[in-house]
Design a protein around this ligand. Structure first.
Ligand code: ASP
Length: 333
């Protein structure tokens, strides 16, 4: 039997009602005890890491999660992280970036309803997460509603429906049916080229700027003055920024920010089909000013990638190359 470590972090799955609404209360140990069928699947140990609503998690908690995996890496065949759904896609993207050359499965899961609630989705999600953790398919994944999503592509798309998450610009990595996972072929062939290497340094001075029609470009300078070193600009449609001189032209602000060694990524507010800066002047001119294309990546993956690049790389060219390499193939371990 495989040995799997559960890392509990809170979330609705662990919640009990209180006067202020649902609050995380159950330990990882209790969650596992409520899914007795797991006894036939694997041997399970539990680590109670934090007990929080996931909106209260910060990048320092991603570091704790990454360290919990790395410090127990040799003892276990796989890892299940129970987590609130609200920021689970951010944590999954962050661990995908931080746990490089992963040779084992790390599976996030949670639920839309507490595990003790009638008709909860929690038990199925937990069961599926352990199946994935025992699968030997390496990488960071998110198990939800019988789907196994790649941590590099996943996004929370439903605030209440059991479906919860979608794989964005990629097929679902695996599907659970009749107690078995059918994986996409590329995941069955997946293996890391080098030994597992965790990276813990993150630069948190990253801002996600959602454009509104008419927004003033002065916001870029203000963010620079506040010490932000990287901005992900979520533009409209194919991506890009307003360029009309005499109105709210973003190009001079972007040029100035890049000259001051800020990293600017342009992405899209559209969930599907990615960023295409080569299509219209609004994108072509932004790219000529030095903005990097967010390609097909989610804002969750861009956040993690930018935080890591800014912490680990020194020159603007190194930062740009690091990001471009990661975004060229987000599936790489
Ligand atoms: N607010 C909860 C959380 O993210 C929601 C959930 O877990 O579904 O922690």
């Amino acid at each position: 039997m495989k040995n799997i470590l559960t890392i509990a972090t809170g979330g609705t799955i662990s919640c009990e009602p209180s006067a202020d609404g649902l609050i995380p209360a159950l330990s990882g140990e209790t969650i596992i005890s409520l899914v007795p069928e797991l006894k036939t699947v694997c041997r399970i140990s539990c680590l109670e890491l934090v007990q929080l609503d996931s909106s209260n998690l910060t990048p320092s908690d991603w570091v704790k999660m990454a360290k919990a995996v790395a410090e127990n890496y040799d003892e276990y065949d796989g890892f299940v992280i129970t987590h609130g759904t609200d920021t689970m896609a951010y944590s999954a993207a962050a661990l995908h970036e931080m746990l490089r050359q992963l040779e084992k499965p790390v599976i996030f899961t949670g639920a839309q309803l507490p595990i003790e609630a009638p008709k909860t989705d929690a038990k199925d999600n937990v069961y599926d997460a352990f199946l994935a953790a025992c699968s030997s398919v390496p990488g960071v994944f998110l198990a939800f509603n019988h789907n196994i999503h790649d941590g590099a592509y996943v996004k929370k798309t439903h605030s209440e429906d059991f479906i919860g998450f979608s794989s964005v610009n990629a097929p679902v990595a695996g599907k659970v049916e009749n107690g078995a996972i059918t994986w996409q072929k590329e995941y069955l062939d997946r293996h890391s080229e080098n030994h597992f290497t965790p990276h813990y340094d993150l630069c948190e001075k990253v801002f996600l700027l959602k454009l509104l029609p008419g927004l003033s470009p002065k916001i870029i300078e203000t963010l620079g003055a506040l010490g932000y070193r990287g901005i992900i600009i979520e533009g409209f449609g194919a991506g890009g920024v307003p360029t009309d001189e005499g109105k709210n032209d973003f190009l001079p602000a972007i040029k100035k920010a890049i000259a001051d060694e800020m990293t600017i990524i342009c992405t899209t507010q559209c969930q599907n089909n990615g960023t295409h800066l080569d299509k219209y002047p609004i994108g072509i001119l932004a790219a000529r000013c030095g903005a990097i294309s967010g390609e097909n990546a989610t804002c969750e993956l861009l956040t993690a990638c930018l935080m890591l690049a800014l912490a680990e790389k020194n020159s603007p060219a190194e930062i740009r190359n690091f990001i471009a390499d990661r975004l060229a193939n987000p599936m790489q371990l």
